[in-house]
Design a protein around this ligand. Structure first.
Ligand code: PLP
Length: 398
């Protein structure tokens, strides 16, 4: 088998350069561990960017995928398939939602939400307000919704009708609303933007503005959803219900699947011909998602995520005390955790991640603000201790 260097050379010849990859080719995974082509082991606190929530090669997910692949892989949405129906039933039974549209990725789920918000709101109401620091995807519409100018650069003109409110300022948000506004779109906790939570009070203020102006409230739970924060969706512990919710990432524990969920009333204008996806809710991806949800919804699983998140945050807070020049605070929900770097720390963010990589720990630096940790939800306290111990050693080097 080829080693890391050989595979990197081969890959660099044939791939368009959209990714700054680490010089490792991963060949095998088990639980929270990955092995690369040189045989080096990693403790994975990235989980494929908050995707492999039940870890790598989970036997029940692998079993469900293999069984379904042996029966039927794909038929398109011209026909019904049982795994897709079972999946939609499980999600709607465990959330506010009544109806789902299935797709393949986060950006695609947000595209569906944007289109639905516009068609439901009627002619002339098309503007969607999102927030500075947000991340909603890489398609043209979702990049336009993303509140970070660095993602817009070079792609202008962007689709019309996307505005960004400054984070934390309700008055400024209300000033952006006019007769052509149809929705407010937000991540209840900004992931890519640096693990930045929206306070409950702020969220309530946003919800009140939606009620006052007759706007739809769209929660992008692509990163926060599917157990990551200790409940199936983050909204379930924030006391605010959105009108539309998008999910993807962890839904298939690694198989590409996403969904846009809403009420029957709001979904009504999405009639045949208005929206579609060839692969959306493919039977194999749906079977993986059903198996994932069965495990997550079993007694005690999600409560344990919350407890492990609290433990992780408490351990990281000890590093704030030990390295006040580098880390200023720890924030997050459940196992979506960020260690916010100080001004000095930020200048070393990429280097910290790189030194951790060399030691065999995977994590990243999000939004040029915080070290971000999104381990599989099955991570153990010992694995958390191991990461925090290595991070302390790395921080001591600065
Ligand atoms: C909150 C949020 N929305 C949307 C997306 C886009 O998802 P995808 O990369 O699956 O298109 C992401 C991906 O990081 C995300 O974190």
């Amino acid at each position: 088998m080829m080693n890391n260097k050989q595979l990197k050379e081969r890959g660099d010849k044939v791939f368009i350069g959209t990714y700054a990859r680490y010089p490792a080719a991963m060949v095998k995974g088990s639980g929270c561990r990955l092995t690369d082509a040189d045989g080096k082991e990693y403790l994975d606190f990235m989980a494929g960017i908050a995707v492999c929530a039940l870890g790598h090669a989970h036997p029940e997910i692998t079993g469900a995928i293999c069984r379904q692949a042996a029966e039927l892989v794909h038929v398109s949405n011209l026909y019904y398939t049982e795994p897709q129906i079972a999946l939609a039933e499980m999600i709607t039974e465990n959330s506010f939602g009544e109806k789902l549209f299935l797709c393949n990725s986060g950006a695609e789920a947000n595209e569906a939400a944007i289109k639905l918000a516009r068609i439901y709101s009627g002619e002339g109401r098309y503007k969607i307000i999102s927030f500075s620091g947000s991340f909603h995807g890489r398609t043209l519409a979702t990049v336009a919704a993303t509140g970070q100018p660095k993602f817009h650069k070079g792609f202008e003109p962007l689709p019309e009708g996307f505005l960004h409110a400054p984070f934390g300022d309700l008055q400024a948000l209300e000033q952006l609303i006019d007769d052509s506004t149809c929705a407010i779109l937000l991540e209840p906790l900004q992931g890519e933007g640096g693990v930045r939570p929206l306070s409950q009070e702020y969220l309530q203020g946003i919800k009140a503005l939606c009620d006052k102006h007759g706007l739809l409230l769209i929660f992008d739970e692509i990163q926060t959803g599917i157990g990551r924060t200790g409940t199936l969706f983050a909204y379930q512990q924030l006391g605010i219900e959105p009108d539309i919710l998008t999910m993807a990432k962890a839904l298939g524990n690694g198989l590409p699947i996403g969904a846009m969920m809403t009420s029957a009333k709001i979904a009504a204008p999405f009639i045949p011909g208005t929206h579609a996806s060839t692969f959306g809710g493919n039977p194999v991806a749906s079977a993986a998602a059903v198996a994932t949800l069965k495990i997550m919804l079993a007694d005690g699983f999600l409560a344990e995520v919350g407890k492990k998140g609290d433990y992780f945050q408490a351990e990281l807070n000890k590093l704030v005390e030990r390295f006040p020049g580098m880390i200023s605070s720890v924030r997050g929900m459940g196992l979506l955790v960020g260690a916010v770097l100080t001004e000095q720390g930020v200048t070393h963010g990429t280097e910290i991640v790189s030194k951790m990589f060399d030691r065999g720990f995977l994590m990243n630096f999000a939004g040029n603000v915080a070290l971000r940790f999104v381990p599989p939800l099955i991570v153990t306290k010992e694995e958390i201790d191991s990461l925090v111990g290595a991070l302390a050693e790395v921080l001591a080097e600065f």
